[in-house]
Design a protein around this ligand. Structure first.
Ligand SMILES: CC(=O)N[C@H]1[C@@H](OP(=O)(O)OP(=O)(O)OC[C@H]2O[C@@H](n3ccc(=O)[nH]c3=O)[C@H](O)[C@@H]2O)O[C@H](CO)[C@@H](O)[C@@H]1O
Ligand SMILES: C=C(OP(=O)(O)O)C(=O)O
Length: 424
């Protein structure tokens, strides 16, 4: 198992390019199943979750072509299996996103239930209730969601809670349903908007994406398209926090700061100077960060996917801060690892009070989930001595070549590869 070795060595400086968003690429890849022609996707990030999704599409029978610049072409005309097997689904919750497209396009789907992941129970009830409202017959059998429908029918759906993947599944299903669908209490995340842009380019009739009411007029078929995945706002936010924590000066290219308002507001509150510039954003930090309170909630409020990174910032900030996680019941697993590095944090599961210390001390730590891993990398950048992070396969699900990108900004970071299969 690979590990990351870091030594805190001062401010990050320089420029780097932000990748396409994982959480937009995965639904867009799933949406390709809806088309009657090949679909081309650009700015696809090179991530383990993308590879798993491409394997899943191949397993369904789609022809997948990956080109040098990591553009991907998917030809769904050869799809012949409507079963998403456990072996692939268990490694990635986003696999549930093939359910809506398979059902809408082929009238049947069997998708293994995604397992409960470390950050919380993550049910898919609102996906299933919404598909039933569109006329699907759904059974849960042998760990699979088995869904059938002659043709889905448009319906008015009020989502019980704001669900990002739930909104995406229903939106994709509704594009080929007969008649009009209205989705209320829809997620407003930019990744939902990106998916709607792609579906519209395929001939879907959608309005309201980005608001909490999305309306879809079903069409008989969807054609191919070329679509550019939007920049990763969470990767952007993670590198901005890295620069802020190290007292650095970095420019992040090919990103869209408008997707990050709530995060940028918190960085300013922490003392960072931000400058939006053409296709990117520059951050300069000339003081020790001030502690900032965080409360996660659906977009446009502060994203749960940035909570762990801000806990790392608060751990070395001036003053105390309260962090409240409202989306997932178990997303504080980085607390005990930050404590190993010398952070002062009291947590009761849903809230954490962080008292900033002037300096962290390097130690061996364990990554437990994707953003918890990012939080430990940030802490390692400012810790005195060596920090060795184990189980970084989580990180590889969501950050493209993180050690190269941080290395280019001057960080002392290196991947320790384990060739033998024994602990490195
Ligand atoms: C609203 C929100 O911030 N969603 C986050 C969630 O999306 P993801 O789509 O994975 O999760 P959902 O948005 O569906 O879940 C949001 C909340 O609703 C609950 N829920 C969801 C579906 C359901 O049927 N029943 C139910 O109770 C979940 O347990 C969770 O507490 O994780 C992603 C990965 O970290 C983040 O990128 C998303 O920003
Ligand atoms: C937890 C995340 O992803 P996933 O929903 O794929 O588990 C994330 O993006 O932070």
């Amino acid at each position: 198992m690979d590990k990351l070795l870091l030594r805190g060595n001062g401010p990050l400086r320089g420029e780097l390019r932000i990748s396409g968003a994982k959480n937009a690429a995965l639904p867009c890849l799933a949406a390709s199943i809806l088309a009657r022609e090949p679909v081309g996707l650009r700015n696809i990030p090179h991530l383990r979750d993308v590879t798993t999704t491409l394997e899943l599409l191949s397993c369904l029978g789609a022809r997948v072509l990956v080109d040098e610049q990591l553009g991907v072409e998917i030809d769904p005309r050869s799809v012949h299996s409507l079963v998403a097997p456990y072996e692939l689904v268990k490694t990635m919750r986003a696999s549930i996103l093939v359910l809506g497209p398979l059902l809408a396009r082929y009238g049947s789907a069997e998708v293994s239930l995604p397992g409960g992941c470390a950050i919380g129970s993550r049910p898919v009830t609102v996906h299933l209730n919404g598909l039933q409202a569109l006329g699907a017959e759904i059974r849960l059998e042998d760990g699979f969601v088995k869904a059938r429908a002659q043709r889905l029918r448009g319906a008015s759906i009020v989502m019980e809670m704001v669900s990002v993947t739930g909104t995406e599944n229903l939106l994709m299903a509704a594009t080929l349903a007969e008649g009009h669908t209205r989705i209320e209490n829809a997620a407003r995340e930019p990744e939902v908007v990106d998916l709607a842009r792609m579906l519209t380019a395929m001939g879907a009739r959608i309005s309201g994406a980005g608001t909490s009411v999305i309306e879809v007029e079903g069409v008989d078929s969807l054609h191919g398209c070329e679509h550019q995945i939007l920049p990763d706002r969470i990767e952007t936010g993670t590198y901005l926090v890295a620069a802020a924590m190290t007292g650095g000066d970095v420019f992040l290219r090919r990103t869209d700061p408008r997707l990050l308002d709530s995060v940028l507001a918190k960085l300013r509150e922490a003392g960072a100077e931000l400058q939006e510039d053409g296709d990117g954003i520059r951050l300069r930090m000339q003081q020790r960060p001030r502690a900032v309170d965080i409360r996660t909630a659906p977009y446009p409020a502060f994203p749960t996917d940035m909570q762990a990174q801000f806990m790392a910032l608060d751990a070395i900030a001036e003053g105390s801060a309260k962090i409240t996680e409202t989306i997932f019941e178990n997303r504080f697993m980085h607390v005990s690892e930050l404590q190993r590095l010398g952070a002062h944090i009291d947590s009761d599961g849903k809230t954490a009070v962080v008292r900033g210390v002037p300096r962290l001390q390097g130690a061996p730590v364990m990554a437990t989930d994707l953003r918890a891993s990012a939080c430990l990398v940030l802490a390692g950048l400012v810790a005195e001595g060596e920090t060795l992070i184990d189980r970084i396969y989580h990180l590889d699900r969501g950050y493209e070549v993180i050690e190269e990108k941080l290395g280019a900004l001057g960080a002392d970071i290196r991947r320790v590869r384990n060739q033998s299969g024994k602990a490195a």
